[in-house]
Design a protein around this ligand. Structure first.
Ligand SMILES: Nc1ncnc2c1ncn2[C@@H]1O[C@H](COP(=O)(O)OP(=O)(O)O)[C@@H](O)[C@H]1O
Ligand SMILES: [Mg+2]
Length: 349
């Protein structure tokens, strides 16, 4: 079911946390609300689920205006970071709880609990208590409880934050599988760009209560609207250097990088260049000189920081091989087609 926020405003006392946000999540889509801590992601999610009241704007689920409905009447499933399972109830009763609140009959409850336990792959855990489950299993129970009522939308607030790295990886694909199998419209709140990119159809990247860009993950990565977006996606992150446009090239100190034809009409004077680590290295020729100031191997790849002779630093990622050392001098190239150019205030050129 489509979810639509129009001109949504939220204030706490004097402080405006969300100022006139518009957001449409399509039927069956999984949307990430991504952004740094404190930008208003949870506030948005809590408002959609009815925990917070809106100070302005409206919210529709399909044709239904739910702006003024209490949480119980909105038909949303929510998974919080801490799962919020009831510790004294076994797993079966935890999952059944929303159905018991609705006073569904016991045969129906039993059938629905069994079905949803199959879906999230926990049928063998139904008689245990939450404390007897691992973090990943508790996460599955929380998902089952959120989904058992067949809600119109599924809301997930940092659902993977409490899991260790390996489980996080597993649950990333599991949550996506379950979302795709049920076809439910979902919003995932996360500060982790990898989660947003790997799990979601589109990403709304937020800063200070506003959406900076809303795009598919690869589009946001390749075509960021500004330096904030460019810097938020990508690990190791993009590097920025200040440059001038002169004689068909970007120049910074003694370094020159060719300007792609398509970019030429749009740039002039002072610019900021954004160079991703996969676009700087010996495979792109020479022309940018500096010294290796940091080396880290990640097994399959080596990461380098190159501190430029002219000042500033550009990261590089290279297939693991003969490793350079700190202090080694290099003259590497930049892929001109891949350079992103921004004006001095950070907007994309
Ligand atoms: N109940 C509240 N009362 C007052 N301020 C709040 C409340 N909840 C959140 N805030 C403030 O709103 C801003 C956004 O918070 P939040 O939505 O939790 O951010 P995020 O989830 O993106 O980390 C923060 O500055 C936070 O301090
Ligand atoms: Mg939050």
């Amino acid at each position: 079911m489509q979810l639509k926020l129009n001109n949504f405003t939220k204030t706490f006392g004097e402080v405006t946390v969300i100022d006139g946000m518009d957001l449409t999540v399509n039927d069956g889509e999984m949307m990430a609300l991504l952004g740094p801590s404190g930008c208003g992601k949870s506030t948005t999610l809590f408002t959609i689920c009815g925990i917070h009241r809106m100070n302005g704007g409206d919210l529709h689920f399909g044709d239904r205006d739910v702006t003024h409905l209490p949480s119980q009447q909105r038909n949303v499933g929510v998974v919080f970071q801490n799962y919020a399972l009831y510790p004294h109830m076994d797993i079966r009763d935890n999952i059944a709880f929303p159905l018991k609140v609705q006073k569904q009959d016991s045969a129906t409850i039993k059938r629905k609990v069994n079905e949803i336990a199959e879906l999230v792959h926990i049928p063998e855990l139904l008689d245990r208590k939450p404390a007897q489950l691992s973090g990943g299993q508790q996460q599955r129970v929380a998902l089952a409880r959120a989904l058992v009522r067949q809600p119109d939308v599924l809301l997930l607030d940092e659902p993977l934050a409490n899991l260790d790295a390996k489980l996080r990886l597993e649950m990333r694909s599991e949550i996506r599988r379950i979302q795709l199998e049920t076809g439910i419209t979902a919003i995932l709140v996360t500060h982790d760009q990898v989660e947003a990119m790997s799990m979601c159809d589109r990403i709304a990247l937020m800063r200070d209560g506003k959406i900076e860009q809303l795009s598919e993950p690869s589009e946001m990565y390749n075509n960021p609207a500004n330096t904030f977006v460019a810097g938020f996606l990508g690990n190791p992150p993009i590097s920025f250097v200040n440059a001038q446009v002169a004689g068909g090239s970007f120049t910074f100190g003694d370094n020159t990088v060719a300007i792609a034809e398509a970019l030429k009409p749009r740039v002039g004077g002072e610019v900021q260049l954004g160079i991703r680590p996969e676009h700087f290295g010996p495979q792109f020729g020479t022309g940018v000189t500096g010294k290796i100031s940091f080396v880290e191997t990640q097994g399959r790849e080596d990461l380098y920081n190159v501190t430029l002779n002219s000042g500033g630093m550009i990261r590089s990622i290279q297939p693991a091989g003969e490793r350079l050392k700190m202090g080694d001098a290099v003259s590497w190239g930049v892929s001109p087609e891949a350079v992103l150019a921004f004006d001095t205030s950070g907007d994309r050129l």
